[in-house]
Design a binder for this molecule. Structure first.
Ligand code: PLP
Length: 361
C-alpha cells in the first residue's frame, strides 16, 4: 500500500490513525455486531457516539454553555441560506466583508432574504489580503455581521476580528475549524463543513448562541430552522451518522494524539512557517498573499510562468504529491496543509520544490 501526500483543499486528508481505527471497527463497532453505518440513530450505542462527539467538540473549542452545537447536513453552502432565514429577523439587514468566493456566495444568497451591505472587499487585488475594517462604516441596525474567517481559495485569514459591538458576528470557519483556538464567546454563530478539518463530507457543524434561535419560526421550513434542530438535539431526522462518528475519532485524535487545540495550533504554525519561509527566499516560487493576511491552512503560490506551473503540477503528481493545482481564479498552485497533513508532507514538498527550482533555473 502506498499513500500519497494529498494537498487537496477539500475533501482532504484524514489522520491515518483515524482511518485505521475506523477500518478496524467497520464490521463490528464496539461489540455491537454492526457497523456505525448500519445502526439506528435512536440506539443507545449511537447516542453515545453523537453525545461523545459534541462533548469533545465543546471541550476542545471551549464552547460556552449558552451555545448550541448542531450536527446538520447540506454542507457549508446550505448555511449561506439558513443564516439569513434564521437570523434576519429584526431589521432584515446584514453586513458582509467580501474576501473571496465563499463570502460572495453567502452575500448573494442572503440578498434573497433582506438588505445586504458590503462594508469592505478585497476583490481589487484578487482577494490577496484581508481588508482593514473601520467599525464606523458598519450598519448600526444589522441583524448580523458576516465574515469568512479563512479563505480557502485565496489563502487568507483574519488576524484580528472586526469589533461589531452588540451585533452578532457570524463566521464561516469551514477551512480553519480546529486548526487554532477560537474565542467562541466573540461570535453569534460559527459554522463549518466537515470535509476540511473534521471528517468526511456530509456533516455541517453549527455553533450558535442560544438567544439567537429562540422559538420556532412558522415561516421557516422545518429542516432549515435552527430552533427545531436545537430542540431535538440534532435528531429531528436522521443525522449524518457515519460522518459524526469519524468526526468523533478526529476529535479524539486532536485531544489524545496531538494533545489539544494549542498543540494543534503550534504544529500548524510550524508547518506553515516552513513553507512560507521557503517561498519568501525562493527565486522561482512566490506566495500570492500579503504576509499579514496569510492562512495557516491554504498556501497559494506561483512561479509567474504558466507553462512552468503546469510542469510543476505534472511532476509533483508523479512524485506522490497530489492536488497541488491552484483554483482557476488564482492559477498556479495551492498547498492545503490542514491538521491531518503530517509535517513530513510539508518537508518533502519543500525538498521537491527545491529540486524543481534547481532544475528549472
Ligand atoms: C469548502 C468551503 C465551503 C463550501 O462547503 P460545502 O460543504 O461544499 O458547501 C464554504 N466555505 C468555505 C470557507 C469552504 O472552505
Amino acid at each position: 500500500m502506498s499513500r500519497v501526500y494529498n494537498f487537496s483543499a477539500g475533501p482532504s486528508m484524514l489522520p491515518e490513525a483515524v482511518l485505521k481505527r475506523a477500518a478496524s471497527e467497520m464490521l463490528d463497532y464496539n461489540g455491537s455486531g454492526q457497523s456505525v453505518m448500519e445502526m439506528s440513530h435512536r440506539s443507545k450505542v449511537f447516542e453515545e457516539i453523537i453525545n461523545g462527539c459534541e462533548s469533545l467538540l465543546r471541550e476542545i473549542l471551549n464552547i460556552p454553555d449558552n451555545y448550541k452545537v448542531l450536527f446538520l447536513q447540506g454542507g457549508a453552502s446550505s448555511q449561506f441560506a439558513m443564516i439569513p432565514m434564521n437570523l434576519m429577523k429584526k431589521h432584515h439587514k446584514a453586513d458582509f466583508v467580501i474576501t473571496g468566493q465563499w463570502a460572495k456566495k453567502a452575500y448573494s444568497e442572503a440578498q434573497k432574504y433582506g438588505e445586504c451591505n458590503v462594508v469592505a472587499s478585497s476583490a481589487d487585488k484578487t482577494f490577496s489580503y484581508i481588508p482593514k475594517l473601520d467599525s464606523s462604516t458598519f450598519s448600526k441596525d444589522a441583524d448580523y455581521f458576516y465574515i469568512c474567517m479563512n479563505n480557502t481559495i485565496y489563502g487568507t485569514h483574519y488576524s484580528e476580528l472586526p469589533d461589531t459591538g452588540d451585533i452578532p458576528l457570524v463566521a464561516d470557519i469551514s477551512s480553519c475549524i480546529l486548526s487554532e483556538p477560537v474565542d467562541v464567546s466573540k461570535f453569534g454563530l460559527l459554522f463549518a463543513g466537515a470535509q476540511k478539518n473534521m471528517g468526511p463530507a456530509g456533516l455541517t457543524v453549527v455553533i450558535v448562541r442560544e438567544d439567537l434561535i429562540q422559538g420556532v419560526d412558522e415561516k421557516v421550513p422545518t429542516m432549515f430552522d435552527y430552533a427545531i434542530h436545537a430542540k431535538n438535539d440534532s435528531m429531528y431526522n436522521t443525522p449524518p451518522c457515519y460522518a459524526i462518528y469519524i468526526c468523533k475519532l478526529v476529535l479524539e485524535w486532536i485531544k489524545n494524539d496531538i494533545g489539544g487545540i494549542d498543540k494543534m495550533y503550534a504544529l500548524n504554525q510550524k508547518k506553515a512557517k516552513l513553507l512560507y519561509d521557503f517561498l519568501d527566499q525562493s527565486k522561482l516560487f512566490k506566495g500570492t498573499v500579503e504576509p499579514d493576511s496569510r492562512s495557516l491552512m491554504n498556501v497559494p503560490f506561483v512561479t509567474g510562468d504558466e507553462d512552468l506551473d503546469k510542469k510543476f503540477i505534472k511532476e509533483s503528481v508523479e512524485a506522490g504529491f497530489v492536488n497541488l493545482k491552484g483554483h482557476r481564479t488564482v492559477g498556479g498552485m495551492r498547498a492545503s496543509i490542514y491538521n491531518a497533513m503530517p509535517i513530513e508532507g510539508v518537508e518533502k514538498l519543500i525538498e521537491f520544490m527545491k529540486k524543481f527550482e534547481a532544475e528549472n533555473q
